[in-house]
Design a protein around this ligand. Sequence first.
Ligand SMILES: [Zn+2]
Length: 304
Amino acid sequence: MTENSGLFTLDGAQAYLSAEPEMTVEKLSNRLFTVTDGQVRTIFLAGDNSVVAFDTFGTPGKARAYGKAIAATVPGKPISTIIYSHDHLDHAGFAADLAPEAAIIADELCAKVIKLRGAEGQLQPTRVLQGERNELSVDGVDLVLLNPGPTHGSGNLAAYFAPEKTLFSSDTILANAKYGFMPDYHFCNFIRFMRDFLELDWDRFVPGRYEMTDRAGFKHGVDFIDATMTVCQTAFVNFVPIWAYEPMKGYCIGQLAERFADLEGFEDHVGQMAIRIVHHYLMGGWGLEDTPEPRVLLNDLVSL
Ligand SMILES: [Zn+2]
């Protein structure tokens, strides 16, 4: 079997692409479920006659395992709709293996990146959303999709479920410190956009990886990234060699352990986080996403 390969060019990648992990599903309400393979996490909803699935997981095998988990949880209802939380292949790369006939909803910027990327297995969105807030109804499922601006990846859509008092936001805040390598975080506005989510009424947070948390856990996660950004600036002031892993790791642990050593993975990941974050201050961010008015990204240079 030759799998859809995303961006892999190596034949040997097939074994990785084919593996089907065990999925764990948890029911959050009569309509809302969360599912994880132990690393990535997403959500799906049971509609009147079909399922609305967020994301696809990151390989053809994982997409098939996701589809089987949905079919076992909501039998008799096919996946009619996929919503991409953002453009990244490890979350949204394999709709072709999950539900090739499904309608696909995504933010405009996500759709543009996917069109130009041309990764094998990542299907083009069929319905494109614009703006900070979209309320839509899909097969009886009411959805509130939020994109405050660049936070992580391209066209990141969070989902707010008022009846369940639940917020889903993929690859932004975690309940731990285990996303150390942060090439795709847009730090310029990240903390502000995340704190704005706290103005909504919710008490359960579903992240794009690992375990769920509550408001306090979400706030702690935002505080952690905020504090790490501050400590990275003080590293410059103290002439810590900001390009070197071990000194930055030691400096950050010394500055942050009292408040954040409770986060799983803290000591193993904070050094990587720091190396990434110092380059935000050193270089000025990564392109237009890291400017105070990033909406300039949504010009018409790429037409869908
Ligand atoms: Zn991502």
